[in-house]
Design a protein around this ligand. Sequence first.
Ligand code: P70
Length: 456
Amino acid sequence: MKTLIEPFKIKSIEEIPITTREQRERYLANAFYNPFFLRSEYVTIDLLTDSGTTALSSKQWAGLMDGDEAYAGSRSYYKFEDAVKEITGLKHIIPTHQGRAAEKILFTIAAKPGIVIPSNSHFDTTRGNIEYAGAEAIDNLVDVGSKPEVEAPFKGNMDLEKLRKLILEKGRENIPLCMLTVTNNTSGGQPVSMQNIRETKALCKEFGIPLFLDACRFAENAYFIKKREPGYENKSIKEIAQEMFSYCDGATMSAKKDGLSNTGGFLALNDDAMAEQAKVLLIITEGFLTYGGMTRRDLEALAQGFEEVLNENYLEYRIGQVKYLGDKLLEAGVPILQPTGGHAVYLDAKRFAPHIAPENFPGQSVLCELYLISGVRAVEIGSLMFGKADTNGNSQSPEMELVRLAIPRRVYTKSHIDYIAEACIETYNNREKLRGMEITHEVEYLRHFTAKLKFI
Ligand code: P70
C-alpha cells in the first residue's frame, strides 16, 4: 500500500477555530504583526512550534492519572529517570520543566565573559542563555547546511575544520564544552550523521573538551541515520539513539519535542562535580531533585513518551508527514529548504520574497500573509530571530531567511496538511504584494518572542 496512514486512531477531539480574513486582519494588527502575540483561539492551524504541542496517547493519559505526586522520591520520577538512562547511558539525570531551564543551569556553571561555546548551530534559547551569561555562542555548520536549495543527507553536521580552527584561535581553556544540536533546528531540522557525532567527539577529546548533545529531537535524528547512513539500516532506533549518546559527556533536552509530552526536560551529566553544582542550582531555581519543576504525573507521561517515540512506525509516519507537505510545495514551485527536515517544513523567504531586504524581515512578511490568507500560524527563523545590530548600528543578518512550519506531533491529519499546502501556494502566488517590515519595539535578548512590528 502506498498511502502513508496515521498509525493511530482518534479518541478525543478538539475543535479548531475558523475565522474570516477580516477578523484575521484585526487580530494580526492587534498582535503587532508578531505571531507570538496572537491568541490561539484566532489560529486555525498552529505551526508556531512542535514544542509541547504533542497529542498524548491513551497510555500517557493513563500515566497522568497514575502519577505519584510525592515531593521527594516519587515512583514517577524513577520511571522517568530509568527511561532517560536507558537511552542516554548518562550518569546524573537532572529534571527540569523545559529545555531552557537545563540550559540556564548548565551555562550558569560553564559560561561567563571570555568563554566560547561552539555548536553546529545553537537554537534561540541556547544562544540566549550563553549570551546572557556574557559568553560567546559560535555556530560551525557545514557550508552546505546554509544552502536551502542543495539536497544533502546530513545538512545539520558540524564543520570539523571550522571547529578545530575555533578551538585553536580561542584556546582550549576558554571552551568548557562543545554542543551538538540533533536534529539541527536552525538549519532546517536537518540531521547530524553518526559519523559526524563520532568525529566531533574525537576532535573534542583531542583537546579534552566535553561534548554535549542538545537532544530535543534525538529520535528524529536517529531515524534519519537509519534511513540515510550506511551500516545503520538494520539497527533499531533505540540502538542508534544509544550510540549517539555514547559519544557525549552530557546532554540538555527539551522533552517537549521527542519526549512526546506537553512539558519537561532534563540536564544529563557524567561529571560528578558538575552534577553536584547543577543539583544545587536545580533546587534553587526549579525544584527538588526528583521533580525539577514538573508535576510528577508529567514524569509519567514522559517515561511513556520516551518509549513511544522510538517506535519506527511512528517515526515513519512523522517524518513522512513532514515530507508529504514538502513534496506538495515543491511540486507547486514554492521554494523550501531541501530536503525536508524532521519536524518542520521551512519556506525559503529569500527566494520567496527576493524584493524584501533581510533587514526588512522577508520571513515575517511571508508568515503574516500566510496567516491572513488561511489562519495558519508559523514562525520566522531569520533576521528577526537571529539578526542583530553590530557595534556601528548596522544590521547583521543570518545566512538564511526562513519561515518554519513546525508540525506538532500526532495532532494534524492529512487533510490539514493539504490545507496548509494550499495556503502556502496561495501565499506564494501573492508574493509580489508582500511588503517589508520594521521593528517598533524590541528587547536585548531573544527579541523575536516579544518584538512589535509594522509594515513599511
Ligand atoms: C522550537 C522551540 C526549543 C529548543 C530547541 C533546541 C534545539 C533548546 C530548546 C529550548 C522554541 C520555540 C521557537 C519558536 C516558537 C516557539 C518555540 N525550541 N534546543 O519551537 O527548549 O523550549 O523546552 O525551553 O529547539 O523549536 P524549551
